[in-house]
Structure formats: C-alpha cells, structure tokens
Design a protein around this ligand. Structure first.
Ligand code: GTP
Ligand code: MG
Length: 357
C-alpha cells in the first residue's frame, strides 16, 4: 500500500511522517519515502502460540511530498506540479494545520484548518481538471476524423468528470459504475483516490480530538474519505519513547491509543484492505490484500509459485486459532477448513497454502 502525504506548507507533514516512520524529522521540502510497519495486536497473540523466530508485520509505504498549495494559477500549472510519485499512490493523506504557534509562521498568516483543506482540495481538483481536459480535447480531435464507439464512451465519461471538477468537487464523490472505475484507473486522477484528512492539533487541543473528528466527518463528501485529529508533535515524541515510558506518557496526556495506529487502520478501511496471517515456521507474518480477493490471489501476494501451484488453502479464523492455541486444537474443535482457489479471504484468516510446482 502506498500513501502520499500532501498539504499546505508548514502544516506538519514531515513531523507526521517522522512520527509514523520513527525516522528523524527532516524538515523542509523534498520527498522522503519510508516503509512503516502496520501495528496489529493479533501478531503478538499468534506469536505467543507459535514462538516463531521472526514476526513480520504488514507494511505501508509512506511518501512525504512538499507543500501542495492552490496558488491562483492555471490548472495546467497545477497539474505539472504534481509528481508522478503522488499519482502512483493508492491513497492521499492531506495534513492541515490547527495548531497555533508563534515560532511557526503560517503561509496565510492565520491558522484555519478548514480553509487549508479547501485549498488542498482545490489544488487537486485543478490538477485533475487539466488532465481531463487534455484527454478530452485529444479524444474529440480523433472523433472528428473517425467514428469509434469506445472513444465515444470515453468522451461521455470525461465530460461527466469534467462537470464534477468544474463544480470544485472531487471525482471520488461521484456515484460511479464499476466500469467507470475501471476506466478511471489509467488516469491517476488525484481526486479519485481515497483521502484521509489529518487535522494537526496543538498540544493543548488533544482533548478536543473526538469532537473535531465528528464535526469534520460531517463536512466530508460521500466518497471514500475519512478524518483523524491528532497532534503530530506529540505522536513523534511518543514514537521516541521506550515501551515503559510510553504507557505513563499516554496516561499523562489522556491519550487512549497513539493516533498512528488509528491512522493506519483508517487508511486500511478507506482502501478496503484487510490482513491475513501465515503462522508456520520460521515466522508469523501479516499480509495485506484487498477485500474480496480470493485464496489464489492471496497466495500470489506471498509468491507467484504458490499461486501457480495452488492446491488448497487451510484456513483457521484468527479468533479460533487463538482460542484453541494453534492448528491441532483448532482442528479438534472443528475450526479448520479446507478452501479452494475461489474462497474469499476474510480479515484475520490464518492460512496455510498447500501448493505444488
Ligand atoms: N506546536 C506544534 N508544532 C508543530 C506541530 N507539528 C509540527 N509542528 C512544527 O511546525 C513546523 C513545520 O512542521 P513540518 O513537519 O516541517 O511541516 P511540513 O508540512 O513538512 O512543512 P513543509 O514541508 O515545509 O511544507 C516545525 O517547526 C514543527 O516542529 C504540532 O503538532 N504542534
Ligand atoms: Mg516537510
């Protein structure tokens, strides 16, 4: 999974990135990329049963890109500012600033997170509009010289997207058919990507996080988007603490759970991702797939050979696995299932793939 972090200048993107990745904050512009491990308590429970040599969590690839601000420029200009790396991301994280600080200047002079979000949205809408208009004029030129039903269908779709963007609304809020989603995929449109809004709170606003999240959730469109309020600075500090100090610090700050875990889960939810596990020697490991993927597709995530030579999947749901302390117990309790290629994998399935190549 690839997540791209964007947002106005000085909103706390690099601080959030540092908190998420455990790497030191590199302030200033420029792209930083890192893998972060997806926290999942279930791995610990499985490891306690299996005593593996290694525990391997699922990974998320984070890309911290510099400021994306909607200057009052042309759409084409905006489009050219968005790098290919951001277009390749599966979802975008927009960080907007709610924290007040005398030492950190705000590009606009005042802190207004809602306004920042509108700006960022507008920047992405403008970039998409340029992409759509370019393609539309090319399609129209071709249609003038030859008839092509496929291109006509594309023109209809492009015109619909253009209308949506011209009204300053993201593509993700349109009610699209599967076919249109398929068509969209090739365009890398930014506003079609799921969006996670991070409201970066001040240290003194943490107590308001729940209220702010509820308030903002209501403002987001019907498409796949979600909001989380956290204090990036504090999250970064939490990440630097040892396990023992961390508990005390969280209690002190009145934080039930570090927001990063919630953030990663939110991005999983937005993208329709789920984890399945493998728990055979030498490692207990989490793997990421999309909701609705089949056993053979899950096998392919591990290795193409396992998919090619797929015989069957031996499946135990996570809860049963833990309750019966592993495979023999689960088998005895009748919780062990043999599934074929087309089995739809569920979140938390512990799977052993039988294959032959
Ligand atoms: N008080 C406070 N300061 C913060 C918080 N988050 C970030 N900062 C500070 O704000 C400044 C900007 O943070 P960065 O993380 O560099 O922001 P950025 O969005 O990456 O900035 P650019 O990449 O330059 O656009 C730094 O001095 C941070 O220490 C926060 O939650 N509270
Ligand atoms: Mg930065």
């Amino acid at each position: 999974m690839h997540l791209g972090i964007i947002g106005p200048a000085q909103s706390g993107k690099s601080t959030l990135f540092a908190a998420a990745t455990g790497q030191p904050a590199r302030l200033g512009h420029g792209a930083h990329r890192a893998l972060i491990l997806v926290p999942d308590d279930r791995l610990g429970a499985l490891a306690e049963i299996e005593n593996p040599r290694k525990i391997v969590p699922a990974e998320v690839d984070y890309l911290d890109w510099g400021g994306v601000a909607a200057d009052p420029t042309t759409a084409a200009d905006m489009e050219s500012k968005i790098p290919a790396e951001i277009r390749d991301c599966d979802a975008l994280v927009v960080v907007v600033r709610a924290f007040e600080s005398d030492v950190v200047a705000h590009p606009r002079g005042t802190v207004d997170a809602a306004h920042d979000l509108e700006d960022s949205n507008l920047a992405l809408v403008l970039a998409d509009l340029a992409t759509v208009e370019n393609r539309l004029s090319r399609v129209e030129r071709t249609l003038k010289v030859k008839k092509d039903t496929e291109l006509e269908a594309e023109r209809t779709a492009l015109e619909r997207w253009k209308t949506q963007l011209e009204s300053e609304h993201p593509i993700r809020d349109l009610d699209l058919s599967d076919q249109e989603w398929k068509r969209l995929r090739g365009f890398g449109l930014l506003t079609a990507k799921p969006l996670l809004v991070v409201v970066n709170l001040g240290e003194d606003q943490i107590g308001d996080a729940d209220r702010i999240e509820t308030e903002w959730q209501a403002k987001l469109g019907p498409g796949r988007s979600s909001i989380i309020a956290l204090c990036a600075q504090i999250e970064m500090e939490i990440g630097q603490l040892g396990d023992e100090e961390r508990g005390a610090f969280l209690t002190d700050m009145g934080i039930a759970e570090p927001a990063l875990g919630r953030m990663i889960r939110a991005s999983y939810g937005l993208l329709g991702l789920l984890s399945f596990f493998t728990a055979a020697e030498p490692e207990v490991r989490a793997w990421t797939i999309t909701e609705g993927q089949t056993a053979v597709e899950a096998a392919r995530v591990i290795h193409s050979d396992i998919a090619r030579g797929f015989i069957r999947a031996e499946v135990i749901p996570y809860d049963d696995y833990v309750e019966h302390r592993g495979v023999p117990g689960a088998k005895q309790a009748g919780k062990f299932r043999l599934e074929g290629k087309d089995y739809i994998v569920r979140d938390g399935d512990v799977i052993y793939f039988r294959f032959n190549v």
